[in-house]
Design a protein around this ligand. Sequence first.
Ligand code: PTJ
Length: 266
Amino acid sequence: MTEKKKDEMVIPKDHPRHQSLKYRHQIIEGMKDLVVAEAGLIAHGRGECFDYILGEKTSNSAKKAIEAAVALLLLSEKPVISVNGNVAALVSKELVMLSKTLNAPLEINLFYRKKGRIEAIISVLESAGAEKILGRNEEIMVEIEELSSNRRRVDPRGIKSADTVFVPLEDGDRTEALKRIGKKVIAVDLNPISRTAIWADITIVDNIIRALPEMIKIAGKLKSYSKDQLNEIISSFDNKRTIQDALDLIKGYIETQKEEAFNILK
Ligand code: PTJ
């Protein structure tokens, strides 16, 4: 983001929703720069809403999912990290760091393929230190037939031949399609009952903004683990439990907030 743009969006540090407003502005600026699709603003708003009712922090259950996700990525022969506009705008540096730590390439894969978006995202990732970015060369792209959206166009060196695909926040049809063609899927999604969340092998119900730094931290730790230790983490993980925990958390949060609200309203 340029200095001028930063000045335009000064948010007082003591504002109670400073962090949230900061990321909103990143998404808005990202949209002006073509990094983020117009619909990305709506997706972000939906995410904010779920984050709010999850208490805006990484739950212990999400931490377990993060650990399992990192273990699976470390054990995979050909892991790949899929990048869309929202994640590029919000966590580009973290994407690059995670990609380097796990030796998993970044592949740009978009739902809305407006002209200029791929180039805009490449520019953001390169500024964040990315050296190799897949999904940029239209001539070599192939299709996943099981998928009808724009996301069917994938890089033969990346998603097409990967055994594990990490899909940070996105629409649901791709996870289903990837599962049908035998891929392992790890997703980050604040909505625990989205199709992505339900279909993924490992669902991290958390904000991408908190989940990626945590993944980088855990990757640093698990890199020295043996295959047996990593397998042990995966076999003791239960994704159904993760979804259940997130829904319980939401129920509990709403109950507490209801009590507090009615204390004021009475
Ligand atoms: O850049 P493109 O063209 O590939 O398009 C990206 C978007 C996000 C616009 C596209 O994939 C889309 O429309 O997604 P959906 O169907 O709106 O789904 C987005 C999901 O991500 C929803 O379940 C949101 O709750 C969730 N979400 C939004 N922001 C975050 C999030 N999950 C985690 N962290 C967030 N910050």
